[in-house]
Design a protein. Structure first.
Length: 272
């Protein structure tokens, strides 16, 4: 019993010091951080998300994107790679253009929650808005990542998109993809041999005319090699009667990705 108070006080001191060191002190140190301005009149960095990008952060969170992607650029002291001369160097994140510098606490002052991530099954996204500012690319990549990278293991987010019949003219929002990716969104489609024979029987001459426009050599669809070449071409052309349109979640998510521009502005505390 004499040691009970000692054990209690020791445990209390241990947990109190941990709480002070891991919660209270960081809150005191970082809680009052403000956006950075090098000179008066400069646009403060960072800026809070607004509009579609703000809604897109919730879509990003709800779909678990942070489980496969980080949003933290590591220091130049970490991440090794070998240069052309066989010399081992560090700073792989900078070399990969994940950011111009390491990320620091100020980069996240408007993030709630802060989605740093825990692993990189996919590449870091802290600076993806600078690294890849193409809105159409992000949409096609979300519909089916294999349309951009054949080796990608990222799941398809085809449920963000709707395949619909074209009424009048094609929508400005329609994805610019060949029918191999749009006939069955989320998958890569190819017609069966019987289906392809039927298509050639009905539209063969028109397809040959499309194929040969600007081509130096003709194509003979009476041969297996010619039929295969025409098929590969036809699969890369868009569907005539259908289009794939992003829904509100897709547009918000892409707006959020394009707004991710961390580690872009030099910060004094980020110097190595």
């Amino acid at each position: 019993m004499d040691r009970g108070m000692v054990v209690f006080l020791g445990a209390l001191l241990t947990f109190s010091s941990s709480w002070l060191g891991l919660v209270v002190f960081p809150f005191w140190q970082l809680g009052a951080e403000q956006p950075y301005q090098k000179e008066e009149g400069d646009t403060p960095y960072p800026q809070p998300l607004q509009g579609l990008a703000l809604a897109g952060r919730k879509v990003y969170q709800n779909n678990g994107c942070m489980y496969c992607h980080t949003q933290q650029v590591r220091s130049e002291k970490f991440g090794g790679w070998w240069d052309a001369n066989g010399e081992y160097k560090t700073g792989a994140d900078i070399k990969r253009s994940y950011g111009l510098r390491r990320t620091v606490s100020r980069d996240y002052i408007y993030d709630n929650p802060t989605m740093l991530g825990t692993m990189r099954t996919g590449p870091d996204l802290a600076n993806i808005g600078v690294r890849n500012p193409s809105e159409p690319w992000h949409h096609t990549h979300l519909l089916n990542p294999r349309s951009a990278n054949s080796w990608s293991i990222m799941p398809s987010f085809a449920f963000f998109y709707t395949r619909e019949k074209i009424a009048g003219s094609r929508s400005d929002k329609a994805l610019s993809l060949g029918r191999e990716w749009t006939v069955d969104p989320g998958y890569r489609w190819r017609p069966s041999a019987k289906q392809w024979d039927a298509i050639i029987a009905n539209r063969g001459n028109d397809l040959v005319s499309q194929y040969t426009t600007g081509q130096p050599a003709a194509i003979d669809i009476q041969t297996p090699e010619g039929k295969e070449r025409l098929l590969e071409f036809w699969l890369t052309t868009p569907e005539e009667e259908y289009q794939v349109i992003p829904n509100a979640d897709a547009e918000s998510l892409v707006a959020y990705l394009l707004a991710l521009r961390k580690a872009e502005i030099p910060l004094p505390e980020a110097k190595e």
